[in-house]
Design a protein around this ligand. Structure first.
Ligand SMILES: [Zn+2]
Length: 258
């Protein structure tokens, strides 16, 4: 247990409004692949250009490959479980030591670990629902992926035959304005802003730590690798998110003992 971890645990114990930003690094420890890979690929093997929204909508081959990738991703998240880092955040919410989580992840693992839906802002959307781009009809992803498992190659809306798309933010799409506003409001009200498992290279998430500092919050960054914002961090921990958070929650519990 390092000194900086103890200091961060004390800061969390004393803070009314800790806000967390979580990125792929928190879920890779559950075996969920990072969307952003190397060599222009996503999830390790698909061409990232196929996931550009313009290609997904206009190019039937791109759309077919995207659905193949999504079906594989669905199988992975169906069989994966939240890890100690997710459970630690759920515990902090129960202890009223978590104002909210802004997440770049689409896997829904914060809710699965026990955080309330109202505490989680999914800035890149969710993988768990699918919408028709034409009529707006929403589908539970389970229904769509079951139909893919039974042989459907590219699913279409059963109501209007429109193009279906997972409710995640594809490259080239904007974050929903109401979601962005909620995230900014949460950041502005935080007094302690804690980044977990994000390399802070993708906007707008990368901008949030700066926004938090401007609003007067202390900044903590827990990430395996350096980020461009490490120099602004009041607490910098380069280690495994699940290990760090489970240890921190243990100290927080001790701190809260009467
Ligand atoms: Zn439709």
């Amino acid at each position: 247990m390092s000194l900086v971890m103890k200091k961060l645990a004390t800061a969390i114990s004393n803070s009314i409004h800790p806000v967390f930003l979580t990125g792929a690094g928190i879920s890779t420890e559950s075996g969920i692949p990072d969307y952003r890979g190397t060599n222009g690929q996503f999830w390790g093997k698909y061409s990232i250009t196929d996931s550009y929204i313009s290609n997904f909508v206009n190019n039937s081959e791109s759309r077919r490959r995207c659905w193949q990738a999504c079906a594989e991703f669905y199988t992975i998240i169906q069989h994966a479980l939240p890890n100690h880092a997710h459970f630690a955040l759920a515990e902090l919410e129960k202890m009223k030591l978590l104002r909210g989580i802004i997440t770049q992840n689409v896997d829904g693992f914060h809710q699965k670990a026990g955080n309330s839906s109202k505490a989680v802002i999914e800035i890149h959307g969710t993988f768990h629902s699918i919408s028709c781009l034409d009529c707006g009809k929403k589908y539970d992803c389970k229904i769509v992926y079951e139909s893919i498992a039974k042989g459907t190659i590219v699913p279409y809306c059963d109501y209007c035959q429109g193009i279906l798309k997972p409710d995640t933010v594809f490259p080239g799409e904007n974050i929903a304005p109401n979601i962005a506003r909620m995230a900014i409001r949460m950041v502005n009200s935080s007094e302690l802003f804690i980044v977990i498992g994000s390399s802070l290279e993708i906007q707008p998430a990368a901008y949030l730590p700066v926004k938090a500092k401007e609003a007067g919050a202390k900044l903590a960054i827990i990430n395996w690798t350096p980020t461009p914002y490490d120099k602004y961090a009041d607490y910098l921990i380069q280690n495994s998110a699940s290990q760090v958070l489970s240890e921190i929650v243990q100290i927080v519990k001790l701190n809260l003992l009467p």
